[in-house]
Design a protein around this ligand. Sequence first.
Ligand SMILES: [Cu+2]
Length: 154
Amino acid sequence: MKEERRKKKVLILFLVVVLLLGACATGEGVESHEAWVRNANQGEITAVYMILHNHTDVDDALLGVSTDVAEAAELHLSAVQNDVMTMTQQERIEIPAGDEVVLESGGYHIMLINLKQDLQVGDEITITLNFENYPDVMVTVPVKDSAEEHQSHP
Ligand SMILES: [Cu+2]
């Protein structure tokens, strides 16, 4: 009887874990999840955020990004130093095997510099991610409002 209950508990725990992992559990290669770009106007800069998930068993790194909507795209890391928000350009963003890295406000992000067009809420842009090992990945990125997010990103 006790054994039976224990088995049930283990099964439920297993199901919960599977549900929590969600789409990631079935992923392949290096994928991006929940990508979005902050709305901005032509000539301005903006930032792209996402979760990068490395489903492979090889350590990888994001080396660069290309897009038609901006003059340049750079990898950046934000940090607070002496109460001042700073951004430094990164040559690479490591994505260890079987792990994920979060690009988010106040941390790693992809900076789009000198936008060639307005990015309005509801629009979508396409960016291409270049990795050290994994082949290029094209990502469709919806434009979202910056208002509910923090306002301090330069
Ligand atoms: Cu930046």
